[in-house]
Design a protein around this ligand. Structure first.
Ligand SMILES: Nc1ncnc2c1ncn2[C@@H]1O[C@H](COP(=O)(O)OP(=O)(O)OP(=O)(O)O)[C@@H](O)[C@H]1O
Length: 261
């Protein structure tokens, strides 16, 4: 179980007149994410979704507040213990190309977390990487290629294989299907739905697209100006959203809403 307690993130930025102002990107959020459960987090651009994801993934430090994994407050860990617990949080970013080392093969990128956490002998590692490639629908022949030799969808599959390689407790997908064409986007969404069933991980899927959120999960969190304004546990359609802001997001959808087919 992941427990977020009063998590806060402030950035200091300069406004137009170069005066320093403080932005509350994430504003005292408290939240519990259950094991082996899928969640979708939606909100407009600038609502703080990525900042929350980065704090969960350990890329950003919180200004205040706590993140607990089961009975452990991550802030109390150091060194190897922290590295091990941190590896339980894997992040799949929107831009796969920047997430994969451009000079190393796809095999190497997928194997990296495994090598860091639990090095295995070469035949066992090879077997595991082949198994992961199969799981995410990545042809084995692509493992020896460099990232730029793969399509956007294939790169995404490689990033997902990397994230699940060490069977983490928690996987965060940050806008992970943005920028893919409609058909490829659907394939990756279906892959994520399947993996959610197969893997014993908690999934948090971050998107600004309410249709994508509904397609992926019935547990939906709505974020506005750094706060979670609505949390649904059995969402099945637009009608389930009650908060004014959620309704505004739905009203702002194009008339011919792009339900995922
Ligand atoms: N490194 C940073 N320095 C200063 N301000 C930042 C930084 N990162 C984010 N912010 C600000 O924090 C707020 C939340 O940004 P964040 O990227 O978390 O939103 P988001 O909901 O993920 O948006 P998007 O959907 O566009 O990615 C915004 O006002 C943003 O300008």
């Amino acid at each position: 179980m992941i427990t977020i307690r009063n998590l806060h993130k402030q950035y200091t930025v300069k406004d137009k007149s170069r005066k320093r102002i403080v932005v509350d990107a994430v504003n005292h959020i408290s939240l519990t994410l259950q094991d082996d459960t899928g969640y979708a987090l939606i909100g407009e651009s600038g609502s703080g979704k990525s900042t929350l994801a980065k704090m969960l993934a350990g890329i950003e430090t919180a200004t205040s507040g706590e993140i607990w994994l089961d009975e452990i407050n991550l802030a109390t860990l150091k060194g190897e213990a922290l590295r091990r617990k941190r590896s339980e949080f894997q992040l799949v970013l929107q831009n796969s190309q920047s997430a994969l080392d451009p000079r190393r093969t796809i095999y190497h990128s997928i194997a990296e977390p495994l090598r860091c956490l639990s090095p295995q002998d070469t035949p066992r590692e090879l077997e595991r990487i082949q198994e992961l490639a199969y799981k995410v629908g990545l042809p084995e022949a692509l493992l020896t290629r460099l990232p730029h030799e793969l399509s956007g969808g294939q790169q995404k599959r490689a990033c997902i294989a990397r994230a699940i390689s060490i069977s983490p407790k928690f996987i965060i997908f940050d806008e992970s299907v943005s920028g893919l064409d409609v058909t490829v986007r659907k394939q990756i969404l279906d892959l994520i739905v399947r993996l959610k069933e197969e893997e014993k991980s908690t999934f948090l899927f971050i998107t600004h697209d309410i249709d994508v959120a509904l397609y992926l999960s019935s547990n939906i969190l709505v974020m506005k100006e750094g706060s979670i304004v609505e949390q649904l546990n059995n969402a099945a359609s637009y009608d389930d959203f009650q908060h004014e802001y959620s309704k505004m997001l739905i009203a702002a959808l194009p008339l011919q809403s792009h339900h995922i087919q």
